[in-house]
Design a protein around this ligand. Structure first.
Ligand code: SAM
Length: 212
């Protein structure tokens, strides 16, 4: 976890929650509804204020919502619609031996998180996501481009090229299903890319169950 990013979310949770609550996330919610299975389990990485966890829970998914920041999780727990959601603090990539690495989900979702993950942690994160998915599982991620850290906001905004992210997951055996580009829901100059993948476990089966 990038230190300055974690500290920023810890110390600005209330202020960020007020801002995120008014974002227009209609295109994202249409995409989630279209590409997530109608039932089953989903792990959310970086759930923030719990807006998507409530949305996914409302359409019948069994949601485990995680975030590295306890103050952000506190905001999420308060959000309406999260009564059936389970919350857990977790910074990704998880440390080796973390109990959550033993869990399996039908889907993993990481909305507006990958640009906060340093380059040297990105492969481990992708590898862990693969291990957390059931056969045929879905992975949906979004990330922004065009933002840079400032003195007031020192969060990491790693330049994530959609083609590079797609290649990383494809090299791990994921099948690319969909790319969508949207303008910022808060009207800033930022562009957002959302990618949808499935993981069929072909490679594991081909190697007798050993993940390659
Ligand atoms: C831009 S906010 C997005 C929150 C929410 N997904 C949304 O779209 O509104 C990023 C969230 O990811 C969390 N986060 C950042 N890096 C993380 C990491 N390495 N592991 C887990 N959570 C992380 C932050 O604490 C923050 O709540």
């Amino acid at each position: 976890m990038h230190d300055a990013t974690g500290q920023y979310y810890d110390t600005h949770a209330e202020q960020l929650a007020a801002r995120y609550r008014v974002a227009d996330v209609t295109p994202l919610h249409i995409l989630l509804r279209r590409w997530l299975p109608a039932s089953g389990s989903v792990l959310e990485i970086g759930c923030g204020i719990g807006r998507e966890s409530a949305f996914m829970s409302a359409f019948g998914l069994d949601v485990l919502a995680t975030d590295a920041s306890e103050p952000m999780l506190a905001q999420a727990r308060l959000a309406p619609g999260n009564e059936r959601v389970t919350f857990q603090p977790a910074a990704f990539p998880l440390r080796p031996g973390h109990p959550l690495l033993q869990a399996r989900f039908d889907s993993v979702v990481a909305i507006a998180v990958l640009m906060h993950v340093p380059d040297h942690e990105l492969f481990d994160l992708a590898f862990q996501i693969r291990g957390l998915l059931n056969p045929g599982g879905r992975f949906i991620c979004s990330f922004c481009s065009g933002r840079t850290p400032s003195e007031e906001d020192p969060r990491l905004y790693a330049a994530r090229e959609p083609g590079e992210v797609r290649l990383l997951f494809e090299r791990l055996g994921f099948t690319f299903l969909k790319k969508e580009e949207n303008k910022d829901g808060l009207g800033r100059g930022t562009r957002w890319t959302t990618l949808v993948f499935s993981y069929l476990w072909r490679n594991r089966l081909a190697t007798g169950g050993v993940a390659i």
